[in-house]
Each structure stands twice: as structure tokens, then as C-alpha cells.
Design a protein around this ligand. Structure first.
Ligand code: FMN
Length: 158
């Protein structure tokens, strides 16, 4: 990537979320920032997942995922989930989860809230897969500010 393009792209502000998928402890989770709302009626979000990540395959297979909101003070919690894709270790081992009533995706009990999402479209965009998903249910249990690229210093460059 051109250095100027890289430098300016790094200035963009994002939320820092944890996306969960699959079934219970056998599912997976990863720290995600390239995520935004793209429609209000119906409520749709777009999430970019690197094509090499096991998460892009798992979301493609199940067609559902959850976006866990993380509070400003939970930076270390967010870090738990961006382990190397190649390691194959189970990131959800020892993590307390609850399945959402709507899609059954696992959500993190320690999260500030979640969006429960059903994929309606999948596009291959460069080295990422863009999932467009309908938010079919949601819950919030904290009014703290969420973790962002600015307040955490965590940036994703792809
Ligand atoms: C702050 C932050 C944000 C991230 N955002 C994304 C993202 O939006 N999409 C993505 O594919 N990877 C993102 N990552 C990288 C993944 O979390 C990381 O590669 C993870 O190991 C992927 O999980 P998996 O290999 O189990 O699928 C981000 C990492 C960090 C630290």
C-alpha cells in the first residue's frame, strides 16, 4: 500500500469489538474494527473479515455472528481474541458464554452488549470478505463508553 494512503487510513476512527460465531466453546471469536452500520430500514451492518482468517470461513458456513460491544476499560479483554490465526487454539476455552435466543450465536458474558446478526450478502473485496448482515436482535447492559481505536490505541491495518 502507498505510504501516504496507509498513514491517512490509520487516522480513521473505529470501534473495537469482538465478533463471535459458531456454537458455544467450539465457536470462535476475533477482535474486529472494520465494521459499520449501512442501513436503518432494515438495520444492516457491514463487517470486513480477512479472507485467510478462520472466522471468514466460519461465518460463511453458519450465516450468523454476534458483535460484542466492549467497554473503554476492557482493552485487555479485547486483546485476548486477536491471537494468531494459524495457532488453531480455542480462543473461547474458559470464557463464559451465553447463546443468543435469536440466532444461537455465542456472546461473551463479559461484554457490554451485543448485536445479533444474520448474513444477507457476502462480497469478496480485495483481501477481505465483506459480510452484510441484518441486526435481528440486540441487548445492552452497560452505559459506559465503548472501546475505540482512539481510546485504546489499537489499530487494524489489515
Ligand atoms: C484492534 C483490532 C481490530 C481488528 N479488526 C479486524 C477486522 O475488522 N477484520 C479482520 O479480519 N481482522 C481484524 N483484526 C485481526 C483479528 O482480530 C486477528 O487476525 C484474529 O486472529 C483473527 O481471528 P481468526 O484467525 O481466529 O479468524 C483486528 C485486530 C485488532 C488488534
Amino acid at each position: 500500500m502507498n505510504r501516504d494512503v496507509e498513514k491517512v487510513l490509520k487516522k480513521l476512527e473505529y470501534g473495537v469489538y469482538i465478533v463471535t460465531m459458531g456454537r458455544g466453546q467450539t465457536g470462535n471469536a476475533f477482535t474486529a474494527s472494520w465494521l459499520t452500520q449501512v442501513s436503518s430500514e432494515p438495520p444492516l451492518i457491514a463487517l470486513a473479515v480477512k479472507n485467510k482468517h478462520q472466522s471468514s470461513r466460519l461465518i460463511t458456513e453458519s450465516g450468523v455472528f454476534a458483535v460484542n460491544l466492549i467497554s473503554e476499560g476492557q482493552k485487555e479483554f479485547a486483546k485476548t481474541f486477536y491471537g494468531p490465526a494459524e495457532s488453531g487454539y480455542k480462543k473461547l476455552d474458559g470464557i463464559t458464554l451465553t447463546d443468543t435466543p435469536t440466532t444461537g450465536s455465542p456472546v461473551l458474558n463479559g461484554a457490554a452488549g451485543y448485536l445479533d446478526c444474520k448474513v444477507i450478502n457476502r462480497l469478496e473485496v480485495g483481501n477481505h470478505i465483506l459480510f452484510i448482515a441484518e441486526v435481528v436482535a440486540a441487548a445492552i447492559n452497560s452505559d459506559k463508553n465503548i472501546l475505540t481505536s482512539t481510546n485504546s490505541g489499537l489499530h487494524y491495518a489489515g
